[in-house]
Design a protein around this ligand. Structure first.
Ligand code: SF4
Length: 446
């Protein structure tokens, strides 16, 4: 899809620009030293744009200092302020960052007031050359919209179209739009609907792609690659973030692979493919394990998601981390990759589905370690959707359709959710996974 080119600091997004790779700090923004250090590391890893959370007015000032320190060190990477639940913070921070991400679902409780505040934000952005991302997430659709359209990709599209119309009414074009979801089907559908609607409405804002709360490890990479590649292969998407519950530097090589592949700078290691009916036999000559995983997810994720194929079998080889050639035919690793791809494309669930946020400056506990432990202890709960979220402010809203949620409250305490309902609050972290498992067992025997 042809989009207009917008500018965030020294980075251009959309038009004929290459796909822009971005990430987000998981430091506390008030910890200036840690945030600056992480930004430096992320730039070294290849991040072209970095987002930091701004949960309160105090962090507006922290972010200003972080920006000044980076600029003094000669680092010009555009900074994006991530703002939820406060239009005032968005307006304050827009004076000095290169981009502000707002979430239409929580910009302001009152829709009429939201319009007024948005007009104020646009004025500041125009005065300072700041870009805006209208960043909607499936889990945080506002009540007004879900009452009208349900919790659907259509609702997501309708919600952002309202905001894009507000941009047009305010004669503001320095805008990027995103419609992320943890469910790859919902995410892909929402962006497709938006691309179609923008075309009809004569709009061509660049799109930021991402699968939210994708988790970690191979599963997080495969899920992200399936959703993002499905859209990039259709010409939808101008900037991407791969969200992993890991060190954010680990997101960059995955995102860079996707950017390079769909900017036609690299090719898949797929050497042959035979298709019979809706089954494919895919033969790879992959230079590494990581390449095999990403190539496979991009080559077949969209076709499985769109039900053009029902099955894929792997053949060929990949080179492992020790430089040894490993055969794929009928191997355990091939079976595992096929299972993971089927799950990411939502065609077959062979283990629980995990929704885990990447963590950010709002995270109040060791998210990575806890997520690993939750996965270890719930691996038998095939088909169940379990969320592990870093904060109580956004976590419950962002868990979307999780059956169970483990949500950090801060101060060593956790809330346990069943669907949208908190069943237990203020559970000490040391007991929280036990309580979660007890509740799941109780609920299964009822
Ligand atoms: S849910 Fe996770 S990523 Fe989202 S704001 Fe909370 S801690 Fe940050």
């Amino acid at each position: 899809m042809e989009t207009i080119q917008i500018q965030a600091g020294n980075v251009r997004i959309g038009g004929d620009s290459p796909i822009v790779v971005q990430t987000m700090c998981n430091t506390h923004t008030s910890d200036i030293e840690a945030s600056v250090n992480q930004c430096v590391r992320l730039v070294e890893a290849g991040a072209q744009m970095i987002r930091l959370t701004v949960p309160s007015m105090a962090q507006v000032e922290s972010l200003r200092v972080i920006r000044n320190m980076l600029r003094e060190a000669g680092i010009s990477v555009p900074l994006v302020a991530d703002v939820h639940f406060s239009s005032e913070i968005a307006i304050a921070v827009a004076e000095f960052v290169e981009k502000v991400r707002i979430n239409p679902g929580n910009f302001h409780k009152d829709h009429e007031k939201a319009k007024e505040q948005f007009a104020k934000l646009v004025k500041v952005c125009k005065d300072h050359g700041t870009a805006i991302r209208i960043g909607l997430n499936h889990g945080s659709l506002g009540e007004r919209i879900t009452n009208l359209y349900g919790n659907t990709p259509l609702a997501m599209k309708e919600a952002v179209m309202e905001w894009l119309r507000m941009c047009t009414e305010n004669d503001f074009k320095n805008v990027v739009v995103s419609l992320k979801a943890s469910n790859t089907y919902v995410m892909v559908e929402a962006y497709r609907l938006l691309a179609e609607e923008m075309k009809k409405s004569g709009m061509s804002f660049p799109m930021h792609l991402g699968v939210t709360e994708a988790g970690n490890g191979d599963a997080g990479r495969i899920k992200s690659a399936v959703g993002i590649s499905a859209l990039l292969s259709e010409g939808i998407g101008d900037t991407i973030r791969v969200s992993l519950t890991e060190d954010p530097a680990n997101e960059i090589p995955v995102a860079q692979y996707l950017a390079d592949r769909y900017d036609h700078k690299l090719h898949s290691s797929l050497s042959a493919v035979t298709i019979k009916g809706k089954s494919a036999l895919a033969t790879y000559a992959a230079p590494s394990r990581e390449r095999l995983i990403l190539d496979f997810a991009c080559d077949f994720g969209k076709r499985l998601l769109d039900k053009e194929l029902d099955e894929v079998v792997l053949d060929g080889y990949y080179i492992d981390d020790n430089g040894v050639e490993r055969n794929l035919a009928a191997s355990e690793f091939a079976e595992y990759l096929i299972d993971e791809l089927m799950q990411a494309a939502r065609r077959r669930f062979y283990r629980p589905e995990y929704i885990a946020c990447p963590g950010c400056g709002r995270t109040m506990y060791n998210l990575e370690a806890t997520f690993e432990e939750v996965k270890r202890r719930t691996s038998h709960l095939k088909g169940m959707v379990i969320a592990v979220m870093g904060c109580i402010v956004n976590g419950p809203g962002e868990m979307a359709d999780a059956d169970w949620g483990y949500v950090g409250e801060g101060n060593g305490k956790v809330s346990i959710y069943k669907g949208k309902e908190p069943l237990l609050r203020h559970v000490p972290e040391s007991e929280a996974i036990d309580r979660l498992l007890e509740l799941i067992e109780e609920s299964a025997t009822r």
